[in-house]
Ligand binder design. Structure first.
Ligand SMILES: C=C(O[C@@H]1C=C(C(=O)O)C=C[C@H]1O)C(=O)O
Length: 101
């Protein structure tokens, strides 16, 4: 790869390779990656809002802010599906749902 392959040209051409068929395939794959990232961000925000609503609803009714047994189930769900990275992801998800403590 030449030193300019990364930075030169319009954004859609910055594929990191100058080989045309590889570059075209990378552009195509990136379209789907961008769709997935958008969905992940939207779902992340929706989950955080719902989780915060549960917390507010529960506290307003005299309940606890958190339910650690439920959090353990979620951590286990992500660990089983994704391994150690899943645990880390679930910890971030749970933190996002807590909002300011
Ligand atoms: C959303 C809830 O409240 C809290 C947040 C959780 C979450 O973000 O998944 C899980 C358990 C609770 O600590 C819930 O009880 O379902």
């Amino acid at each position: 790869m030449s030193p300019t392959a990364e930075a030169a040209g319009p954004p859609e051409a910055r594929t990191g390779t100058e080989e045309p068929s590889a570059s075209a395939r990378i552009v195509q794959i990136r379209e789907r990656i961008d769709e997935i990232d958008h969905a992940l961000i939207t779902l992340w925000q929706e989950r955080a809002a719902l989780s915060q609503e549960v917390g507010v609803t529960r506290m307003a009714s005299g309940g606890t802010r958190l339910v650690l047994s439920r959090e353990r189930e979620i951590l286990e769900r992500f660990r089983v599906a994704l391994g150690a990275d899943g645990t880390q992801l679930a910890l971030l998800l749970l933190r996002a749902g807590r909002g300011p403590l």
